[in-house]
Design a protein around this ligand. Structure first.
Ligand code: AMP
Ligand code: ZN
Length: 473
């Protein structure tokens, strides 16, 4: 059965059929965090969601070129650096490393490229130059370069805002220090340095870029002028993404991104979790109490566009749900150690057919704008099927088929459900044999590697006169 993938596009406010522009290849850009602190679990929501989108697309056989930036020049980074009496790069490098550790603990795959704003200044200067040449920007007296918002006719098309409403309704657009703007709607592309701030040379003044220009430039450099998907949290729709569209489309004269995906907020007490208001939990905080796979499961249990309220009860429910899958896999592994029979028995074929039905159900849910809540319930149905149909009498073929399906769907969700200490006896023995062969061939590096790998997984080796013995730590 051919399933047509649908994605809700913020641009059209509709679910649309999705096909990559270039067959088999998806280009995707996700706005990443500003690195001045440990990430909170609100920041983790887009990471988990769009990693799952990527994993599903890879499962479909598409090659996903996935770019996600680190904003490493920003007022908050500079402030923190001044408080600690260090260079801003010390702060940003520290928190990029910490963020990568959190991503790995959440089983979020590294992006194809993780560009940093400070390493892309040349491209930003080029784009600003183009915008000036094309009449979409101007230089104010102090060297600030502004984007001339009204020069981009389609401004407002993503956030569905009308320019005149914006002008009348939002006086705060004209903030202090920006009184050289020709129009309150204009926004900064480049601004002069202040004392003690990092800066770069430019034709207009020594200074640094505005925030929005970095994503337009990095997306162009790593993915080209026209990309398939641009994504981030819904707080970025306006002004960040609206401004990115204006800059990119005015400069490149091409459609910037065909699909715009935005995740809803992660809330606490129904208010957006954010660093600035102080109502947040870091990923580290949650990791002290729960396996972070539970957090990932929790995020996937709701639709990505809906708000999701964080609570102890929901985390406990997520823990139970996640553990239900882990226990089932563990049980299948246990039975598999004893089972024989590489062929399905006649009466088992029906069960494998049923399992395939749940895989289709999972795919349908994912292809309906990534309805992960329904996709997860398809995994539960598979688990239930396995729990009720597999026993000590089952063939190894049946147990393997069910286990493989559960692992495959969990892996698309980025959920690690096979615990490492669940390594099977014969898998351990095969590795021990390989280690013996490596030693015979004097490949001690490989032999040590195998020993370390087993030790990391809690398997201890002992070289005795009678051969190698092993035990679980
Ligand atoms: P920031 O570091 O604030 O620029 O945010 C990095 C990413 O996290 C962006 O895609 C934001 O939209 C997203 N984000 C920040 N706070 C939340 C939240 N409470 N819920 C969901 N996404 C969020
Ligand atoms: Zn961005």
């Amino acid at each position: 059965m051919v399933i047509i993938m649908k994605i809700y596009n913020t641009l059209s406010k509709k679910k649309e059929e999705f096909e990559p522009h270039e067959p088999g290849k998806v280009s995707m850009y996700v706005c990443g965090p500003t690195v001045y602190n440990l990430i909170h679990i609100g920041n983790a929501r887009p990471m988990i969601i769009f990693d799952t989108v990527r994993r599903y697309m890879e499962y479909k056989g598409w090659q996903v070129n996935f770019v996600s930036n680190f904003t490493d020049v920003d007022d908050k980074i500079i402030k923190k650096a001044q408080e600690e009496g260090v260079e801003p790069s010390v702060i940003s490098e520290r928190y990029i490393e910490e963020c990568k550790k959190d991503m790995s603990a959440l089983n979020v795959k590294p992006a194809t490229v993780h560009p940093k704003a400070t390493e892309e200044i040349g491209g930003m200067l080029d784009m600003i130059r183009t915008l000036l040449e094309k009449g979409h920007a101007y230089v104010a007296g102090d060297g600030t370069v502004y984007f001339k918002t009204r020069s981009f006719r389609e401004y407002g098309k993503l956030s569905h805002k009308n320019l005149d409403d914006l002008q009348g309704g939002n006086r705060s657009l004209l903030v202090s220090g920006e009184d050289q703007k020709e129009d309150p709607l204009d926004f900064v592309l480049w601004k002069p340095k202040k004392d003690g701030e990092p800066y770069w040379e430019s034709p207009w003044c020594e200074g640094r870029p505005g925030w929005h220009i970095e994503c337009s430039v990095m997306s162009k450099k790593y993915l080209g002028d026209e990309i398939d998907i641009h994504a981030g949290g819904e707080d970025l729709i306006f002004p960040h993404h609206e401004n990115e569209i204006a800059q990119s489309e005015a400069a490149n004269e091409k459609t910037f991104a065909r699909y715009w995906m935005h995740n809803g907020f992660l809330n606490i007490d129904h208010k957006k979790m954010s660093k600035s208001t102080g109502n947040f939990f870091t990923v580290r905080d949650i990791g002290e109490k729960y396996d972070l796979q539970v957090l990932r499961f929790f995020m996937l249990s709701a639709h990505y566009r809906s708000p999701l309220n964080f609570s102890e009860e929901l985390m406990e429910a997520a823990k139970n749900g996640y553990e239900r899958i882990v226990t089932s896999v563990s049980n299948l592994n246990y039975l598999l150690e004893k089972a024989g029979g590489d062929m399905l028995r006649a009466e088992e074929e029906k069960c494998v057919e049923e399992a395939k039905g749940f895989v289709t159900k999972f795919e349908k849910a994912m292809e309906d704008d990534f309805n992960t809540a329904d996709a997860v319930s398809a995994i539960f149905e598979l688990v239930k099927l396995a729990n009720t149909n597999v026993s000590e009498e089952s063939s190894a073929a049946l147990i393997k088929a069910l286990k493989e399906n559960i692992l495959m769907l969990s892996d698309i969700c980025g959920l690690l459900v096979e615990k490492e200490d669940e390594m099977l006896d014969d898998e351990i023995e095969r590795l021990i044999e390989e280690r013996q062969e490596a030693r015979k061939a004097k490949n001690f590096a490989r032999a040590d590697e195998i020993r370390n790998m087993l030790s990391e997984r809690g398997i201890l080796l002992e070289d005795t006169r009678e051969g190698v013995k092993w035990k679980r730590a």
